[in-house]
Design a binder for this molecule. Structure first.
Ligand SMILES: NC(=O)c1ccc[n+]([C@@H]2O[C@H](COP(=O)([O-])OP(=O)(O)OC[C@H]3O[C@@H](n4cnc5c(N)ncnc54)[C@H](O)[C@@H]3O)[C@@H](O)[C@H]2O)c1
Ligand SMILES: [Zn+2]
Length: 347
């Protein structure tokens, strides 16, 4: 199934329920350079046979400017010119790096994504934000640019370890919390095992997230308004992600709980919603306890991109499926971190 989304800054073709090999009906293999990581390469070497390829070390540590530097040198060695098409085949780390690299290499070359983790399929490959980290600060260097295509090939899901299913579900739960109470309800009735064994339910869910993200990005491509809602769970989440070397989804899960704690005080969220979210995260094998160092977390939050003077635009819930943006004083956030911390110690 094919779908074209036209953003003001470019159009993206979505190839759902597709196969990697279909790309060669559209793109000239000789111009293609695959960007992937060593884990995906180890699992799918035969898929890449005969293609030019740049292999990155797996993991979040790779998402930095040193990797961009090394990968760009590799592109030169492979004689990639301005006609090159970079195709990122991997998780969110690979898609972020590919998008960033493609927008700066020779002032911009074409690129596309084949997301291979649930998290990248449901979220990271969509929306045209391409970021790399600067030290512990997430996505500080980045560009806005859409890939030409995003291709979904279900074969890649077959090798995902349990932890990557949980990780992906964190972002799916995020979409349910901010936009879609019915999805929250559906997720509550099911579990990872159900979606692993029920391809049609899984891909319907993924496409629903893609839809929510595209609708939001269409309304606000450069994140000056409604797109900020997608950062639900990501403010405290980003700070603790690199501080405690958590997987992105694990950090977002805890970030969503912290945001709900604040929402109870600031936007009138019913406490039951926080408990339901906690239950759902546990159901999808995501952590809900973490002993956080409030001082260190606040230090990172002070450098957050969404901060202006002494407030940060924080995404809160009013109810399941209804999120709002509120500028919050840093003191309120600090208080919520202490509340989460002490709540943790009592459990
Ligand atoms: N640009 C955006 O809009 C956006 C949105 C959400 C997240 N992100 C970014 O995405 C990143 C997280 O993405 P991720 O969780 O996919 O991380 P990841 O890319 O590190 O992938 C997680 C692990 O899964 C492995 N893997 C990938 N595909 C596999 C497969 N098919 N089978 C087995 N193993 C496989 C990878 O090698 C890696 O070890 C973060 O850096 C986050 O900031 C970006
Ligand atoms: Zn995320």
């Amino acid at each position: 199934m094919q779908q074209t989304i036209k953003f003001p800054s470019g159009k993206v073709e979505y190839f759902f329920q597709s196969s990697f090999e279909e790309l060669w009906e559209k793109y000239d293999r000789r111009n293609v350079v695959i960007i992937t990581d060593d884990r995906v390469m180890g699992l799918y070497a035969e898929v890449f046979f005969g293609l030019k390829i740049v292999v990155l070390p797996t993991g979040e540590h790779s998402k930095d400017i040193d990797t961009i530097d090394r990968a760009a040198k590799e592109l030169l060695r492979l004689e990639a010119n301005r006609k090159a098409m970079l195709i990122g085949v991997g998780g969110g780390v690979v898609t972020d790096i590919t998008g960033f690299l493609a927008t700066v290499y020779m002032r911009g070359v074409a690129f596309g994504f084949v997301p291979t983790t649930l998290l990248a399929m449901a979220d990271a490959a969509i929306g045209g934000k391409n970021g790399v980290n600067l030290g512990l600060n997430k996505n500080i260097l980045g560009t806005f640019a859409h890939p030409e295509f995003v291709l979904y090939d279900s074969r890649f899901a077959a090798t995902l370890p349990d932890s990557e299913w949980s990780n992906g579900f964190a972002e799916i739960i995020k979409y349910a919390c901010i936009f879609d109470a019915a999805m929250f309800e559906e997720l509550s009735k099911n579990n990872i095992g159900f979606y692993r064994n029920n391809a049609s339910a899984l891909w319907t869910l993924v496409e629903r997230c893609v839809d929510w993200k595209n609708k939001t990005v269409l309304a606000d491509e450069k994140e000056t308004g409604v797109r900020k809602l997608l950062n639900f769970g990501h403010t405290a989440g980003h700070a603790i992600e690199n501080l405690y070397e958590l997987a992105h989804g694990e950090a977002v899960g805890i970030g969503m709980l912290i945001a709900c704690t604040i929402s109870e005080e600031v936007s009138g969220l019913n406490k039951n919603v926080t408990s339901e979210l906690e239950k759902l995260l546990i159901q999808y094998h995501l952590p809900v306890h973490l002993n956080i160092d409030v001082e260190k977390t606040m230090e990172l939050l002070r450098m957050d991109k969404k901060r202006s003077d002494d407030t940060i635009d924080y995404i809160l819930l009013e109810q399941t499926g209804k999120a709002v943006i509120r500028p919050l004083p840093l003191t309120i956030i600090e208080k919520a971190l202490h509340t989460y911390e002490s709540y943790n110690r009592t459990r």
